[in-house]
Design a protein around this ligand. Sequence first.
Ligand SMILES: [Zn+2]
Length: 371
Amino acid sequence: MASVTSAGVPQASSEVQGSPTFLGTAEEGHTRTRDIRSLPKAHLHLHFTGSMTVGLLRRMSEEHGIVLNKELIDASPLRVPANRRGWFRFQRLYDMARRCVQTEQDMRTIVDEAARIDAAEGSRILEIQVTPDSYAKIMGGLTPALEVILDEAKRASERYDIAVGVIVAAARTHHPLEAKTLARLAAQYVGDEPGSVVGFGLSNDERSGRTSDFFPAFKIAEKAGLPLMPHAGELLGPEHIDEVLKNVHPVRIGHGVRAAENMQVVRRIVEAKVTLEVCPASNVGLGVYADKSQVPLQLLYSAGVHIALGADDPLLFGERLEKQYEDARAVYGFDDEAIAQLARYSLEGSVMAKKYCDAALTEVDEWIKSR
Ligand SMILES: [Zn+2]
């Protein structure tokens, strides 16, 4: 079975076992609790529109004279019964939020705020995910829609202590030919520095469309040197993760939590050294699990999976990255050594230039040594 060392680091082993290793809770008094904000980390799963705060969305809606559904500004999916969560409600609210983004300045403000807030929460790297088709209309084309985001990512990186890269994600709900177009566009901006396209993904309703229809788009992106990080294994089960592992060769998988339903798939993820971008607030918000305690974070961690915690869409799920790390401690019983290891996994899972990761890893070591 996977074991946990005194440093809280799971040891890779050929035998992956299903039972999670309990690491102890802060309440038990034998673990130290350091400040999560000062822990350097990378945020690898955050969507452009969903990164907004409710305050920003409200400001934009007022400016453009749009009346927002009260649900969007007053409620959180986490506060409704599990049977009222789910994808369609999420999509309806997301589309409404997207309609409030009407100008270039709106787009710049979203990137700026995401970078500012993430930097304040201790992220040294942010890889923000965007589907530029959604904004092509307001910007007069796909290219300017992407370029304005890239430009602002670069500027925000200079303003705050954070390196912001952009992941171009095709939407499963759109025609696969559009995904190919996006991959060709993304290929023109490949890089690993702030303001570059650093990866290519596939997002939106996982149950919609066939993943195999998007393989050609992934091929184009791969050929251009882009690391791949599609969503899989949240709304669909481990068989979808398997399909993606075999055919797409991802460096990371968005979510992937349902791998826990098949330990052979978990083992394949570990062997392939694929990082899972685990977003507990999203899983619960979409009704995949009834509550946070059901999200198999312990099981995956104990099995040796590299996990990068993410917030996905804080606008709709009501929580940002810092809360996911706080919950690693409060809900899943991770001690500070294990929390530091989650931060290391996130940094090592980043596809941006190694210097950003290396600098932050040194700071993680200092964090754990701090009193
Ligand atoms: Zn996502």
